[in-house]
Design a protein around this ligand. Structure first.
Ligand code: NAD
Length: 265
């Protein structure tokens, strides 16, 4: 028995990185998990690898292809999960994108892409999860992925920072609106986490002349982190499982910083 035993959870952005690690930590503590991602094939592959890893405990793992910016797809993902596992208890809105650009070069397309996935995608995910939880009459937990970029601006990522500030205000507003339905809304704010996301970010930083080689940005950040290193996804998952468990039932509207002491606000 684990902290989230039998809890039905959906995690978006689950094909890799932080989302995948969140799913695996939930599974390790007995949850029933839907791996959801725009890369449906990879989500299915990762879910299947976990089914094997769990040694025959089939039925605890499923996957679903979803673009979090498309409401009908999000609703279909939730319907599929409820059809498979019977209900929805916990919804992680974790899918996120970044595409660095110098501030003066930010285009409407860049803004709309990043705000679309990180901002609108988070709001649609919250609404559709809440709709299901309200219909069930069970309450539930919605957990959003924020960032250190939710608290301060950083060079060359203005739309990303704006989108993650939006995640904080959606968390607070959602917590207020949904409390009467016994739905809590929380978030967590990772610092710098070594995931596949950084491979593309490094390429983009080099393309705009903000970095000379892959890994440079992470190295520079490391010197600002009290723990002396960037995070791995496993540094994040103790907190995410806690937020999905009943141990955090009295928390709502809050963002937990997990940044190794990079920001002290
Ligand atoms: P990642 O790029 O490794 O993984 C993101 C996943 O989201 C990918 O599998 C991708 O296919 C999926 N995705 C992208 N657009 C989608 C869409 N429209 N619909 C559904 N899925 C979509 O990124 P990561 O580092 O694991 O980041 C996960 C979350 O954590 C993001 O919200 C990110 O902003 C946040 N975050 C990351 C860091 C970091 O340093 N890695 C720091 C702070 C916050």
């Amino acid at each position: 028995m684990g902290r989230v035993s039998e809890r039905v959870c959906i995690v978006t952005g689950a094909a890799q990185g932080i989302g995948r690690a969140i799913c695996e930590a939930l599974l390790n503590e007995g949850a029933k998990v839907c791996f959801a991602d725009i890369n449906g094939d990879k989500a299915a592959e990762v879910a299947e690898a976990n089914r094997s890893r769990l040694n025959g405990q089939a039925g605890m793992v499923m996957s679903h292809p979803v673009d979090v910016t498309q409401r009908e797809q999000v609703a279909a993902m939730i319907a599929h999960t409820v059809e498979t596992f019977g209900r929805l208890d916990v919804k992680f809105n974790n899918a996120g994108v970044n595409k660095p650009m110098n501030f003066m070069d930010v285009t409407e397309d860049n803004w709309n892409f990043i705000m679309g996935v990180n901002g609108l995608g988070c709001m649609i995910g919250m609404q559709e999860a809440a709709r299901q939880m309200i219909a069930q009459g069970t309450g539930g937990k919605i957990i959003n992925t924020a960032s250190i970029a939710s608290r301060q601006g950083f060079d060359n990522v203005a739309p990303y920072c704006a989108s993650k500030f939006a995640v904080v205000s959606l968390t607070q507003s959602g917590a207020r609106d949904l409390a009467k339905h016994n739905i809590t809304v929380t978030g967590f704010a990772p610092g710098v986490v070594a995931t596949e996301m950084w491979e593309q970010v490094d390429q983009d930083l080099m393309a705009i002349g903000a970095s000379e080689r892959p890994g440079q940005a992470m190295e520079e950040f490391s010197s600002e982190i009290l723990k002396g290193r960037v995070a791995t996804p496993l540094d994040i998952t103790g907190t995410t499982t806690f937020l999905a468990s009943k141990d955090s039932d009295y928390m709502t509207g809050q963002i937990v910083m997990i940044d190794g002491g990079m920001t002290l606000v």
